[in-house]
Design a protein. Sequence first.
Length: 752
Amino acid sequence: MKHFRARCGALLLAVAAAIALAHPRTLNAAELSTRDGLYLRFRGMTAELLSLVNQAEHVPLKFIDESYPTFSITDYSAPERSGRIPTEIKQADESSLVINGRSDELKVDLLCRLEALSDYVRFSAELTDTSGEDRAVTLRYQMPVTAEGWRWWDDAARSRLIEPGKRYVRYQDDERGMFPLWWYPLGSISQEKGHALAFAVPLDPPTLARVGYDGDFFIEFDLGLSPAAKFPSKANVTFYLYSHDAEWGFRSALKKYYDLFPQYFVKRVQREGLWLARTPTQVVPSPEEFGITFHEVSSVKTNPMRLDNAMGVYTFSYIEPGRAGISLPFGEGWSEQAARDSRELSPDEFRAKYEKPTWQEVIKKVEEFAADPESEQHVEAQRVLAFASRNRGGRYYLTVGQRTGVGWRCTFSAATDPEMIVPGSGHTVLDEWRQSRLARLLALYDGRYDGQYIDSSEYLADTLNFRKDHFPYADYPLGFDPGTGTPAIVTGTTRYEYFKAISEDLHGHGKLMMANGTPIRFGFYAPLLDVLGSEAWHDENFSERGLGESPRREDFSFAHFRDWKNESGMYCRRALTYQKPFCLLLQLGDAGALREFADRYMDAFMDWCLFFAVYPTIGSVWEDSEPYRGLYLRYVPVFRALGTGGWEPVTHARTDTPDLRVERYGYWSQGTLHFGVRNFGESEASGNLSIDAKALLIGDDAVARDAFTGQELASKREGDRMVLQIELSPGRTTVIHVPAGLEPASEEGGPA
């Protein structure tokens, strides 16, 4: 390895000398190189990229002149202040450069430091507004890579051929939701063989970014700049450039991301299995046979800790931050009758008889409660007025529903910044958490809880909070409304601050953190959590076929991601959690719906989840789950085997049939090596599964077995490869176990 690096260094020096001779005007150029063979050379006076070398091979760049916009902004608040930021670049030391930019016309300053580390380049940029006004801008950095004919990767399973004149991002811009965001913290382009490049952002801090290609390889950040912000008129962003293995495309980019940021993917749970939601453990017949492992509870009375402990079940205490609620009486003169009706009528019948209070009526009542210290809801009303978010029209985000026997339940989206002061108390939101919830987690029943469960983690997380009195609390850059060019707090990022603070508290005390409802819009909650989950709601669109079908489109909206049948969403869940457990909770409403679904689809549902090692479970209908025990007894041991081994994006295995897709879990040397193979086609499929035994250090005496039955499968060696014949019905998954042999091995890339 030492000699290889020396040869690469000599080659890079030779390349640099050749470039200098060919471009005499660039003798003042600045350059960086990583130890794994990535070399960048910039024009000093203007900071344009002149040369990009990867493993001693030039990456093709298009011709550029000195007006090429390395950094640029699009200003939504004042479109005339959009354009290229003039920059220059200087060598700070042998492993870092500094870009300085200033534009009196655009009213911005830019400072960016580039650092070459072992196998990536880190860009740390600060954008400053000099106008003193509120600004809404997209900051863009781009490189003139000629990538037509390369592939743009949407996820681990999908790529598109890059054609001239087209823009490639994860979502099409006309279906972007709040912003054209990107679930993943990285984006990748690659040749079939040769070069592969990725831009990436850290998951901490949370970043509103997108990576794409439109004739240039770019990364963009949506930033609100305001004198009222905690960091007045400034925004800081960090991003990374690295090369990866073109053969494995986005999968190798993911693997390198895990290696760059191992702190985001620490696996703390010792046991894996299914999520039991609020239902008392004793209600489930033989819960250990159903694989129950993570128990979300809201009452200590109905969930005895001794039972959970005896079964090795983690118990999580329930909270639902992000909401502030208050109850209003049904109205003078008819409240008793309304209370009776709310208990006796169906919700539809009740809504037909009684009219909800208007937004104005709710706010008026809240203000009355807040002003009256004698009111029973005085404290709740003060919290609403202090924490509730406002939209761009100044109205609160508010939903009103009936609360049986009590009145109208009015729910507001609430800011949860840990530094905000709780009205009337003098302490912060984080202090309140520590004094109540953390104390309860650590002390109640001798620390009976294993951690904190957070419900509705992304509830209204994609909304914008325009309250300027909240701006000074936001540690991370503001977002903005692109329609009006108005800066605002993105609810998801301020909620991240709260989650991060309690996550650090929990992990510092040896406790765990679990959340429902993520990832849906954002990926940056994943590092804070030890168990992730999401609810999937029963609808009428289940397919008789494999339940794995998805829209054959290049863009996938958030609505599609919420559909558990969508493979793009499942790949995202697996990628963002890496080897942490992810649980999918199927909400069926009642026992009748469970029976109807289970009779037709339960096997297919579990089989679908198996391919991604996403644990499948059902909602609050466990009393009627006995008929499905056989399915769980069959599947749960295999799920746990995959989870214990851990998903790896680079499979080192391929099939020769496009409809047969393969995923890898575990390592041969540890006895955990498994391959999941699924038929995503619409008809019977057969083909060869070819496993790179050399790359995975599989011994010559290794055999393949059916993970369900343990039966040995026919396989043969073809050089360095282990080959098996696969036959699968449409929409079905099989799992193959390759147990460890007698030969010791230490696999490259194995988990720490």
